[in-house]
Design a protein. Structure first.
Length: 289
């Protein structure tokens, strides 16, 4: 990241670890030859840890080492229902739409302090609450030939629901609480893909998608420097006889410049990402008994 001249090395840095694992049991019903319905619920377990350095130099002159605040052992189990339908408009054109509801995340855990140059607060518990956004996604699939399809998709996500993060601290003489408004806004996305699939031999797909930024440049913070996102994906599969097959795929993601101009703990943090790119690679091996 390019840190401008306004960046100070003793800025109160943060380290965030967020992990989630889940499953999505679902059911489907074929109404007739053209219409099918489906519904289910995602069961998601979330773990969260965050460490924040306290910039003591902001309290006065001197070269005091940074203190540390840590949110530890924070977890939650949440539920997010979803539903959708597919409809065959013609022999060559298919339509599908999916709705995923909002999910409340309520993380509770321990609050720990270290190396503070002022009296350590008595509070030892913390709770952070936010809403994962609801979303709607629709798509069209057009059959160009028996083995080739062109797919279009578009969607909306209610990121403004994630804008307000509530934080409560307990264990001391008082139970302070506050709400952080990140000034997030709703986002939209669109994509296109080409798929060539054969019953025997190889198959491949390639696609491109775009997601708008949930936050304006002036409101972006370094802990969640979200920006517009571009994705380029490709995959290749091959059948090794009737019982075995494999597939390899990858996605190249560009996360935008992520410009940040934020003042925290009396220090200005300004810059943008030079190389804000990630590559994901994966593969599957299938065997039918």
């Amino acid at each position: 990241m390019n840190y401008g001249d306004d960046f100070v090395g003793r800025y109160g840095a943060q380290r965030v670890e967020l992990a989630a694992i889940g499953g999505s049991p679902s059911i489907a019903y074929e109404v007739n030859d053209r219409l099918s319905l489906g519904a289910g619920v995602s069961i998601i377990y979330t773990q969260f840890e965050q460490s924040i350095a306290i910039n003591h130099s902001a309290l006065g002159p001197g070269t005091l080492p940074d203190g540390k605040v840590k949110f530890d052992n924070m977890d939650d189990l949440g539920y997010q229902p979803f539903m959708g339908l597919t409809y065959e408009l013609s022999d060559s054109l298919f339509f599908g739409i999916t709705y995923r509801a909002e999910m409340d995340v309520n993380l509770e855990g321990d609050l720990n302090f270290r190396n503070l140059e002022f009296p350590t607060p008595q509070a030892d518990k913390i709770e952070i609450d936010w809403d994962n956004p609801q979303l709607i996604k629709a798509g069209l699939s057009y059959k160009l030939a028996p083995s080739k399809r062109l797919i279009f998709s578009a969607g909306w996500e209610d990121w403004s629901a994630f804008s307000e993060n509530q934080l409560a601290i307990t264990g001391g003489a008082a139970d302070p609480a506050g709400v952080l408004d990140r000034r997030f806004r709703d986002t939209w996305n669109a994509g296109v893909a080409f798929v060539s699939a054969r019953k025997k031999g190889g198959s491949y797909s390639v696609g491109f998608s775009y997601d708008s930024s949930p936050v304006r440049n002036k409101d972006r913070t370094i802990d969640l420097p979200f920006d517009e996102t571009y994705k380029l994906s490709a995959a290749y599969g091959w059948n090794l006889g009737q019982s075995m097959g494999f597939a390899l795929g990858g996605t190249l993601i560009y996360f935008g410049e992520g410009k940040v101009d934020q003042t925290a703990q009396g220090v200005r943090f300004k810059g943008e990402f030079d190389t804000n790119i990630a590559m994901f690679l994966g593969g599957t091996l299938r065997y039918v008994f």
